[in-house]
Design a protein around this ligand. Structure first.
Ligand SMILES: NC(=O)c1ccc[n+]([C@@H]2O[C@H](COP(=O)([O-])OP(=O)(O)OC[C@H]3O[C@@H](n4cnc5c(N)ncnc54)[C@H](O)[C@@H]3O)[C@@H](O)[C@H]2O)c1
Length: 415
């Protein structure tokens, strides 16, 4: 994207980002210097049972004079029910915490974000969804991701499964952005290959989807004076481009060699930079349709993004030709004709999805042809995402994307 005075820049910088191998050792001294005295550590049983790094953090907090309460009931894709149960459990423990530390993948971070709000608000989380002004401010949160993918440590949202809803719901407001993001690539070394692949494709989706999304000048903020997402601008594109480059460079190596320090470091940065982009620019069709797909299949977030991303890219070869040609170069293509390069970008993306062992068409995800209209309708119903579609007629585009994703059809390759 060239410099464009007509496209306004607004940007949400996270308050503190620490990103380095070993950065976790800075958590206890930092919490101490911020004057916090009682941490609610939100994690899951795997870490309590298998992570020496978590045990070291708890010891360091104790040494720093910070009391800890550990909630280890985190689950993949937290639900509103889990949030309410965890809130009740925290209340039963007595003295309330003055901050939270989320330790785990995007699921544990989102659970902690929701708890940072339900603990002071003392009401069911469902009463808070859909609002941006709440009865109380969220407690400060230190987010420590152990996967390289979601970027939830930077974003204003907590994504929750609501029993009975076709898609996930979101708690969303700038006040929910974590106070501190601690990205320590060493914590991702223990990720099983499948988690590495799914999270890594989630990061690449964030980078590319936010790179291709609606410009800030065209984004409908619906009169919100402080929107969480507001369209792409030059600053978000800088982060998106760097994240895309790092993702193509490092994902296959991190998947194939879990203890490859450079690859893990590269993916941690890809995830962080992708979040720096989408946490302002926002997302559109991949995530909208992925939420609908997860509603039908209960497949993981990263895998539902991965299967849709190439087909969404392909649907944008006309309106985002130059960006897609650039993406093809970052994926390793030789310079050449811009149209051909743009058409090759989705093919290269799908090659990477295959290489890390994920499904590359909807039929492989167990979707039947008869379910396609439902997918389109549920995807379009996530209005906050559909309204950011950068082309004309989101409804027609979603239909074409889903149809092609079912057949595995990309314009840049013959079948
Ligand atoms: N709030 C946001 O902005 C945002 C953005 C994207 C995704 N999300 C949400 O994040 C969730 C997905 O998060 P995720 O992809 O990080 O996976 P996850 O948090 O669901 O974790 C998947 C599994 O991997 C395990 N795991 C995580 N890190 C590990 C490690 N280092 N070693 C061994 N096991 C590990 C977990 O215990 C869990 O069993 C979804 O619920 C999605 O909706 C939120």
């Amino acid at each position: 994207m060239t410099a464009n005075a007509d496209n306004p820049v607004s940007f949400h910088s996270p308050p503190r980002v620490l990103c380095a191998d070993g950065a976790r050792s800075r958590i206890a001294p930092l919490c101490c210097s911020l004057g916090w005295r009682h941490a609610l550590v939100v994690t899951d049983r795997w870490f309590v049972q298998h992570s020496p790094a978590l045990a070291q953090l708890l010891a360091a907090l104790h040494e720093a004079g910070i009391a800890t309460t550990v909630f280890d009931g985190g689950e993949p894709d937290p639900s509103t029910t889990l949030v309410d149960q965890a809130t009740a459990w925290v209340r039963e423990q007595g003295a309330p915490p003055d901050h939270l530390i989320a330790w785990g993948g995007g699921s544990n971070i989102d659970l902690a974000k929701a708890l940072s709000l339900t603990i002071p608000c003392t009401c069911p989380v469902a009463d808070l969804v859909g609002h941006t002004h709440w009865p109380a401010a969220p407690l400060p949160l230190v987010a420590v991701p152990t996967t390289a993918g979601t970027g939830s440590e930077i974003t204003p949202g907590a994504i929750l499964v609501q029993p009975g809803s076709a898609t996930k719901v979101a708690l969303m407001a700038n006040a929910l952005r974590p106070a501190v993001a601690v990205i320590d690539p060493e914590l991702t070394w223990s990720c099983p290959p499948r988690v590495t692949a799914e999270a890594g494709l989630d990061a690449l989706t964030h980078a590319i989807e936010s790179w291709l999304t609606a410009d800030a000048r065209d984004f409908d903020t619906e009169g919100d004076a402080d929107p969480g997402y507001s369209g792409r601008n030059e600053l978000t594109v800088m982060f998106a481009r760097q994240a895309t480059a790092l993702g193509f460079q490092h994902l296959a190596a991190a998947f194939e060699r879990p203890q490859d320090r450079a690859a893990r470091n590269g993916m941690a940065r890809a995830s962080l930079y992708a979040a720096m982009s989408y946490a302002t620019a926002g997302l559109n069709a991949v995530h909208g349709l992925a939420y609908a797909l997860a509603g039908l299949t209960h497949a993981s977030h990263g895998s539902t993004n991965a299967v849709l991303l190439p087909y969404v890219m392909d649907a944008l070869v006309d309106v985002r030709r130059d960006e897609l040609a650039d993406i093809a170069l970052l994926a390793g293509a030789a310079p050449g004709d811009a149209d051909a390069l743009a058409r090759s970008a989705p093919v290269r993306m799908r090659d990477l999805v295959r290489r890390v062992g994920l499904a590359d068409n909807l039929a492989l995800c167990g979707i039947q042809a008869a379910q396609l209209p439902r997918l389109v309708a549920d995807g379009l119903a996530v209005r906050r995402l559909a309204k950011a579609w950068p082309g004309r007629r989101a409804d027609e585009a979603y239909e074409r994307i889903v149809h092609n994703a079912f057949l595995g059809k990309l314009s840049g390759c013959e079948h």
